[in-house]
Design a protein around this ligand. Structure first.
Ligand code: 13P
Length: 244
């Protein structure tokens, strides 16, 4: 299975989102082996899920709180994401780790909460440039995946997003992606040993229609988590076609 997910981050307002969806649908043909998802900001979830879910496109939250409800001003819970039409939730994006203090301990709770509310977690992991330069990449990825020892197995997608490749136009080299994805696969096999769950591993970080075909040819790259290029419906439709 191939997976292509648009992470809109903190971009677009309702009219832009509506015209994106119309444009994408004009250029998009669903294909059996490819899951397509969009992760809009919370304010656009209802609108986007109303337009996209009937066409078989998944909708993801960009974050979700571990508690179902309560006094957590500014947060959105997993049942609220479901209510807004989501079938998945991005968790542990590096921007949340970097700017909002997201911790591995919190992420373990969030994954369990997502499962409880029947949402597919898309867990993001990746090293910073300092960590790569210090030769710590695999150690960092192993640490970030170690929360799976606590959650146990379940439905999951993982995205490898080297922090230094996000929004920089500097995509990771094929060999770097191959090494990271092979390591992630081995760790997933260990944590999910004996379980029935197949976990696709997406790559994220400056994915464009120019770079995506090469990435898709790397073993264990099941698709892409796309930021900048996903804001252009024609480019995003092209990425979906390349994956199909
Ligand atoms: P860019 O595609 O803009 O580098 O963003 C990647 C990303 O962070 C997707 O979650």
């Amino acid at each position: 299975m191939r997976c292509v997910v648009a992470n809109w981050k903190m971009n677009l307002a309702s009219e832009e989102a509506r015209s994106f969806c119309e444009d994408l649908l004009a250029h998009f043909t669903p294909s059996a082996g490819t899951e397509v998802g969009i992760a809009p900001p919370f304010t656009l979830l209802h609108l986007v899920s109303g337009l996209m879910r009937p066409k078989g496109i998944m909708v993801f939250g960009q974050n979700g709180h571990a508690e179902a409800k309560g006094a957590f001003t500014g947060e959105v819970s997993m049942p609220q994401l479901r209510d807004a039409g989501c079938s998945g939730v991005i968790l542990g994006h590096s921007e949340r780790r970097q700017f909002f203090g997201e911790t591995d301990a919190a992420l373990a709770k969030k994954i369990k909460a997502a499962w409880q509310w029947d949402l597919l977690p898309l867990l993001c992991i990746g090293e910073t440039l300092d960590q790569r330069d210090a030769g710590q990449t695999l150690q960092v990825l192993g640490q970030q995946l170690s929360i799976l020892a606590e959650t146990g197995p379940g439905p999951l997608w993982v995205a490898y997003e080297p922090v230094w490749a996000i929004g920089t136009g500097r995509r990771a080299e094929a060999e770097q992606v191959r090494e990271a994805h092979a390591f992630i696969r081995a760790e997933l096999n260990r944590h999910f040993a004996g379980s029935e769950y197949q976990v696709p591993i997406l790559y994220g970080g400056s994915v464009t229609p120019e770079s995506f075909p090469e990435l898709l040819g790397i073993p264990e790259v099941a698709g892409g988590l796309v930021g900048g290029a996903s804001l252009d419906p024609k480019k995003f439709a092209q990425l979906v076609k390349q994956a199909s």
